[in-house]
Write a protein that binds this ligand. Structure first.
Ligand code: NAD
Length: 555
């Protein structure tokens, strides 16, 4: 058994030779290993893919067994994964998922970090985040499109359609947060991003998600102001704590136009570095005295939100970017922590009502030329979708692939099914060199209940109703997705979310065409139904147009 990541042993297979007994098992194997590829994962030695401690497998022993199990798995069998460990192979049938995964599920009364940490220490559990534990993370690109859409929506709502001449301030340049600087410059703005860990800044520079770095806060602010004045699109990473950057902005009376944050505040012990500690001291205290660490982290997160509220009061367009920072401050007694909104009700929900969400795919061949072929197909399929066309052009120019070549586009009800069928046809006719694997984030229209994020401020007050992601996972299983996962705690931490993932392989066969048609209709369909049920007019219209409205069927 390995105790750390072995680049040779765990190299992602590419090409069109199978190591498994079918392309679906092969896809699961390649996507699992791709998640852990050092070009993709944040900390492969700890099996951490992204998002604080979001892992792809519980430990190296479990990883080796998953790999071995996928290689022997028959086409009428299903592998069960319990929080990152393979626990059984059961007989199902060819159209059933080849893998079913459940990650970090706890009975609600025990659903908190403290209990999870005890179980994790005993080796009984793993935190799956969203796409880490469901093997469909594709590096920072996965989030670039969503982040680009969010900042485009901010630009449309507050700045006449462009961030040109504006300053956006944020923090956290990790696996997801690292997409922020690129998304802001793609919207023509200036990004100033605080990050405590030097290597994270360097990683974003290497992948061209970030333009330049500073170690000095004032120098970074000065350069940002100069770029804003000149209307230049520029992203700046500054090695410092978010709290220190915001304090300095206030001291200098510099008010950002846009203000948010993507530190890993969802996980106070592992993901958030208090401003009163440097990195080395934080690492030491975390293991020596976790209770004291938590106290300092909560003090710091509370001050962080207070500073954001002060800047908001002075005019910064301020929003929570899905890391549960506001809830941490509120847990610590800050009553008005929720005075700035979450990004979903503010900017994303209208898209969810059309069944739109983070549709993504990867070329199992490993050949970037295959993604170029799929890009052309998508551009030709949806010529009227201007923002999609703009995104495809920018993505080709600015996105460096990490691991298996992949692409993400936000597609809606009806569009995803069309794209899936077109990709299956590309495989069938040999226009791409190997099958295409299709998936999505759990941050999607129908797959998540997360009252401080995706389901914040639902029109009917159903924010905490978690039947929807369960139905989503069940229907994707029934429809024949290739693997289906149910997670707890992703994005916002233990106790705050329940969500489901699905992946489906286009292998060019007729059977895949049928599965794709069912799954890619039903998966966003559950989101349209969920939002229609909550009373959103656009969702009701989408449901009607897509023949998903139950009242119509009962007439
Ligand atoms: P990550 O753990 O890979 O990165 C977090 C980064 O924050 C790290 O680089 C860390 O060094 C830095 N950091 C921690 N405390 C800091 C502080 N006080 N000041 C400055 N930097 C600090 O996590 P990630 O994958 O980038 O995700 C970040 C957060 O965003 C998570 O909470 C995640 O759940 C959330 N998230 C939101 C969305 C969304 O669409 N809104 C999507 C994915 C993730």
């Amino acid at each position: 058994m390995s105790s750390r990541y072995d680049a040779v042993k765990y190299k992602t297979p590419t090409g069109n030779q199978l190591q498994c007994k079918g392309w679906i098992q092969e896809a699961a194997l390649r996507m699992l290993l791709n998640n852990l590829d050092p070009a993709v994962a944040e900390k492969p030695d700890e099996l951490i893919v992204y998002g604080g401690r979001g892992k792809a497998a519980r430990n190296f022993d479990a990883l080796d067994k998953i790999i071995a199990a996928l290689k022997v798995l028959e086409n009428n069998e299903t592998l069960l994964i319990q929080s990152g460990k393979p626990v059984g192979i059961l007989t199902t049938h060819e159209d059933a998922p080849r893998v079913l995964l459940s990650n970090s599920q706890l009975v609600p009364h025990w659903a908190n970090w403290q209990h999870f940490d005890e179980l994790e220490k005993k080796g009984l559990m793993m935190y799956g985040q969203m796409t880490a534990g469901s093997w469909i993370y594709i590096g920072s690109q996965g989030i670039v499109q969503g982040t680009y859409e969010t900042f485009a929506a901010v630009a449309n709502k507050h700045f006449n359609g462009s961030l040109k001449g504006t300053l956006s301030v944020t923090a956290g340049l990790g696996g997801m947060g690292g997409a922020q600087p690129l998304a802001i410059t793609m919207n023509q703005g200036v990004a100033l991003c605080a990050e405590v860990e030097s290597w994270r800044i360097d990683k974003r520079l290497e992948t061209r998600y970030l333009d330049i770095r500073y170690n000095n806060i004032d120098a970074a602010i000065d350069h940002a102001l100069q770029a804003k004045q000149q209307g230049e699109a520029l992203s700046i990473g500054v090695e410092c704590n978010a709290v220190h950057l915001l304090q300095r902005l206030l001291e200098r009376d510099i008010i950002p136009d846009v203000l948010t944050d993507q530190t890993s505040a969802h996980d106070p012990l592992i993901g958030y570095i208090p401003h009163t500690l440097d990195n080395a001291a934080a690492n030491a205290l975390r293991s020596e005295n976790p209770d004291q660490y938590l106290q300092l982290a909560y003090d710091s997160m509370t001050m962080h939100v207070q500073l954001m509220l002060q800047l908001q009061a002075k005019g910064a367009v301020t929003f929570d970017y899905g890391n549960n920072l506001r809830a941490r401050a509120k847990e610590h007694g800050l009553q008005n922590a929720f005075d700035f909104p979450g990004f979903v009700p503010a900017y994303i929900r209208p898209l969810f009502c059309e069944g739109k969400g983070p549709f993504r795919w990867a070329a199992l061949s490993g050949d970037p030329a295959d993604i170029a072929v799929t890009d052309e197909v998508i551009a030709a399929l949806f010529p009227e979708n201007e923002s999609l066309q703009r995104w495809l052009k920018l993505a080709k120019e600015r996105i460096a692939f990490q691991g298996l070549p992949a692409r993400i586009c936000w597609l809606g009800q009806g569009e995803r099914e069309k794209a899936g069928q077109a990709f299956n046809e590309l495989v069938r006719t040999g226009k791409v060199k190997a099958p295409i694997v299709i998936g999505r984030d759990h941050l999607d229209t129908g797959s998540v209940a997360s009252p401080n994020r995706e389901t914040e401020a639902m029109a009917d007050g159903s924010d905490a109703v978690a039947d929807w992601p369960l139905l989503n996972a069940l229907v994707n299983t029934a429809g024949g997705a290739s693997w289906v996962s149910l997670h707890h705690g992703g994005g916002v931490g233990m106790g705050y979310s329940i969500h489901a993932g699905m992946v489906i392989v286009a292998d060019g066969t007729d059977a895949a065409a049928q599965r794709l048609s069912r799954v890619l209709r039903n998966d966003p369909g559950t989101g349209v139904i969920r939002h229609a049920d909550a009373g959103y007019a656009t969702a009701k219209q989408t449901a009607l147009a897509a023949n998903l409205a139950i009242d119509e069927r009962l007439k």
